[in-house]
Design a protein around this ligand. Structure first.
Ligand SMILES: NC(=O)c1ccc[n+]([C@@H]2O[C@H](COP(=O)([O-])OP(=O)(O)OC[C@H]3O[C@@H](n4cnc5c(N)ncnc54)[C@H](OP(=O)(O)O)[C@@H]3O)[C@@H](O)[C@H]2O)c1
Length: 335
């Protein structure tokens, strides 16, 4: 089979299409013939060596496809099943946090930028019937992260206002869809007026261009919203202080990313005086993935696809993701 391989960290050119042996299922495993894979910001961090993983590696956490082979002892999954892949491995039994063995497909484990992948049978779920292959492949990592951030961590309620930082991002677009479906008002920020217009078309109630607003963007958020927000979904990291400043008293800021940098310096007083909760989160558990898939079945939104490319063009997709030109998810066609 063919797969995108990287044998050293570096620019997009380290992503090379190679012929590799077909994977074989061990006990409890299945081989999925992937129809599509999707990018996450994590893939850029892995490719650049910011996230340290053993090499050589097939990158990619997201995918959907058809079960091609089934290992010994597998029940409930059969050849020919159309499936979507849960990218988190060994979450453990504690819903509060992943256990010590927690891992993600696409580093250290071999990922989805391939024609086939071998994974535990427990990591495949029926593909949501109303999603296309591209949409299904786009959902898992970013959709699950947005789900856990909103519902398990922030515990958003209908009627609350949710601020989503950097709406062009993959997780951000899922947060917009899921918060609107939950009956929330949603305010978004972006560096691009074009992306703000796209978010409005998807249902965003207000938008602020953080590039033109500059350091005063939290004041612009409050003006656009008519007051502070209840919940902030912050994937950027360097924005934590502004996210706290955007809150109404007692607001909650959910954090899971460091696109803007891994280190934050901020004042203590706005957190204490404002009674603001800062809540860490990460992708999510199998139980939360099942909840997400049930919500997708019951709701009518579809994942936002920025663009679709053949697997061989993974490097071009990485260039677009790294430059932040995208709105939503970048998809690779695997077969
Ligand atoms: N811990 C976890 O389990 C977990 C899971 C998923 C994601 N993450 C992290 O979450 C982050 C987002 O992931 P993703 O895949 O959604 O990334 P992505 O699709 O690459 O999104 C990046 C977006 O961030 C926005 N952004 C960048 N700098 C900004 C700034 N200074 N202020 C406001 N917005 C800014 C931009 O939005 P505009 O284009 O609209 O300006 C950009 O499009 C990454 O850091 C990722 O590693 C962590």
């Amino acid at each position: 089979m063919k797969a995108i391989r990287m044998s050293e960290p570096g620019g997009p050119e380290v992503l090379v299409l190679e012929e590799v042996p077909d994977p074989q299922p061990g006990a409890g495993e299945v081989v999925v013939a992937l129809r599509a894979a999707a990018l996450n910001r994590r893939d850029v961090f892995v490719r650049k060596g910011v996230a340290k993983v053993p090499l050589p590696l097939t990158p990619g956490s997201d995918g959907a496809g058809i079960v091609h082979a089934v290992g010994d002892g597998v029940t409930g999954v059969a050849e020919g099943d159309e499936v979507i892949i849960l990218p988190s491995l060994a979450w453990g039994d504690d819903q509060r946090a992943p256990g010590p063995g927690f891992r993600i497909l696409g580093g250290p484990d071999q990922g989805t930028y391939a024609e086939q992948i071998v994974i535990p049978a427990a990591n495949v779920y029926p593909k949501p019937g109303r999603l296309s292959w591209h949409e299904a492949a786009a959902l898992p990592l970013a959709g699950l992260t947005a789900w856990r951030a909103l519902f398990s961590r922030a515990r958003v309620q209908p009627g609350e206002t949710v601020l989503v930082i950097g709406i062009g991002g993959g997780v951000a677009t899922f947060a917009l869809h899921l918060a609107k479906a939950a009956g929330c008002k949603v305010v978004v920020t972006s560096s691009s007026d074009d992306k703000l217009a796209k978010a409005a078309a998807l249902g965003a109630d207000a938008g602020v261009n953080y590039a033109t607003a500059g350091d005063d963007w939290p004041a612009a958020v409050k003006e656009a919203n008519g007051g502070g927000v209840d919940v902030v979904i912050d994937s950027v990291g360097s924005t934590w202080a502004g996210s706290v400043d955007s809150c109404a008293p007692g607001g909650r800021v959910v954090v899971f990313g460091g696109t803007g940098g891994a280190k934050v310096e901020m004042m203590v007083r706005p957190v204490t005086l404002g009674q603001v909760g800062v809540l860490g989160t990460t992708m999510g558990s199998p139980a939360e993935f099942a909840q997400l898939l049930a919500a997708v079945d019951a709701q009518s939104w579809v994942p936002v696809i920025d663009s679709v490319r053949p697997l061989a063009d993974a490097a071009a997709a990485h260039e677009r993701e790294e430059a932040g030109l995208h709105f939503g998810k970048l998809v690779l066609e695997c077969s």
